[in-house]
Design a binder for this molecule. Structure first.
Ligand code: FAD
Length: 423
């Protein structure tokens, strides 16, 4: 039995039946904060936890702490709409996200924790010929890279997603781009699974511990100031997502990042209707729809449109999402929204992420995930850990350094210019 209890299996369920209370152990609580670590990771979201797990598992680093100002899973890792895919246009993005998708496929087995990867297919929809040309371009780039992509005409779309056969739609569907291996993964299971696996490898996860400053000496960082006192560290990784800009302030540098709100919502439960992930991005809106295991339609759209840390979404964006969703699926017009919520997203000015050193040789930034960083967690954890352990950025993330903003080699997937957009 490890620090986090037994391996999960049918056998362990049977033993638990007869063992009585105390058989199941807490998955990660109980670590005591030490004075010094080899690596301190700031932020117990998906990226921080996956980085800690890979540092311990792949690189044998022993003394690792993940410091979290709130709770494991409180941030965006537990707030997102759970969509995973690798249908990107640019090679710097699609190879990275494909690495992640391959890792999602194995993750439940690897972590011995069911993250509920559901390859139900991600279908991007086109309602005009112009949109179809854009999807064909992206699909061709994916296929050249060996990534699954199928361009569907209208009958193909309606066969794959019969819920889109509607008589009352204002604009009709022209076609779509399907990535069959894309789908969803249960978000909080990802946080819990990585936290459990990292704890079993000896990582200290410390909740309610806010990092408030950095101490330096002779051009290197020596540790972090926290709400629980000073902690020395040989290397420090910031993986704080929506608070990346605040890290820049802490270190005295202005990062090309703005914090924006993104909302999501879920309707009352209905019988199975949407069996895949439907995405539609018309010129001034956006909607993505999935159906949860409980039957609710989970929907999201575009950012609220201005920087904020409030986590209180604006009504007009909710209306936009609902309007676009109903334009796509008129039959859902009468449904009630049960809940809606928001998260703070670290939006970069080219829409792609940043993994790089930050001002000091032994300080690293894992951030700029915009509102698409959930799907990146497995690849980011492995790549970031390798960078931190070896001092060299792996090829998969080499183009994602901060230097691109100075040199002009932006990774602007949408070709949208310097505005906070997701890719
Ligand atoms: C509504 C919504 C829908 C989304 N949908 C998708 C989707 O379908 N697919 C997808 O790929 N992505 C999606 N995303 C984006 C994705 O959730 C994020 O990009 C990703 O989760 C961010 O990385 P993380 O998990 O490490 O962040 P987080 O979970 O936010 O982790 C960062 C942690 O750092 C902690 N922290 C911050 N400052 C400090 C400090 N000073 N000291 C200690 N701890 C600190 C925070 O409390 C937080 O727990 C969505 C986001 C939102 C908000």
């Amino acid at each position: 039995m490890s620090a986090t209890g037994p391996r999960y299996s049918a056998w362990s369920l049977l033993r638990a039946r007869f063992a009585g209370s105390g058989f199941w152990k807490p998955l990660w609580s109980g670590a005591t904060l030490k004075d010094a670590y080899d690596v301190v990771i700031v932020g117990a979201g998906g990226h921080g936890l996956a980085t800690a797990y890979h540092l311990a598992r792949d690189h044998g680093i022993k003394r690792i702490a993940v410091l979290e100002k709130r709770l494991v899973g409180y941030g965006n890792v537990g707030r997102n709409t759970t969509i995973v895919r690798s249908n990107y246009l640019l090679p710097e993005n699609h190879y990275f996200y494909e690495d992640s998708l391959r890792r999602w496929e194995q993750l439940s087995k690897e972590l011995n924790y069911n993250v509920m990867y559901s390859p139900r297919g991600v279908l991007d929809l086109a309602l005009s010929d112009g949109e179809m040309i854009g999807l064909a371009r992206r699909g061709n780039a994916m296929r050249l890279a060996g990534i699954d992509a199928e361009l569907l005409d209208r009958p193909g779309v309606l066969k794959f997603a019969p819920e889109l056969v509607a008589s009352r739609r204002r604009f009709d569907i022209v076609g779509g781009l399907l990535q069959p291996r894309g789908g969803t993964v249960r978000h909080d299971a990802v946080a819990w699974g990585y936290a459990r696996a990292a704890t079993a490898l000896g990582v200290d996860i410390i909740e309610d511990c806010e990092v408030t400053g950095l101490r330096t000496a002779a051009g290197l960082a020596t540790g972090v100031e926290t709400s629980r006192g000073y902690v020395a560290a040989d290397r420090i990784v910031f993986a704080v997502a929506g608070h990346t800009g605040a890290v820049g302030d802490m270190l005295g540098i202005r990062l090309p990042v703005e914090t924006h709100l993104l909302q999501a919502m879920v309707t009352e439960p209905i019988k199975p209707l949407v069996n895949s992930v439907l995405i539609y991005v018309p010129p001034h809106a956006e909607v993505y729809i999935t159906q949860s295991d409980r039957g609710g339609l989970v929907m999201g759209g575009f950012l609220d449109g201005y920087p904020s840390y409030t986590r209180e979404g604006q009504w007009y964006r909710l209306e936009d999402v609902v309007e676009t969703a109903v334009a796509l699926l008129p039959q859902i017009a009468g449904l009630k929204i049960l809940r809606h919520w928001a998260g703070t997203n670290d939006m970069t000015m080219d829409g792609s992420f940043i993994i790089d050193r930050l001002r000091y040789d032994n300080v690293f930034l894992n951030g700029g995930w915009c509102y698409g960083g959930f799907k990146a967690i497995p690849a980011s954890g492995a790549a970031c850990a390798r960078f931190v352990a070896t001092g060299t950025a792996p090829d998969l993330i080499r183009a994602h350094g901060l230097g691109r903003f100075a040199s002009g080699h932006l990774l602007d997937e949408r070709g949208g210019g310097p505005f906070p957009v997701r890719q």
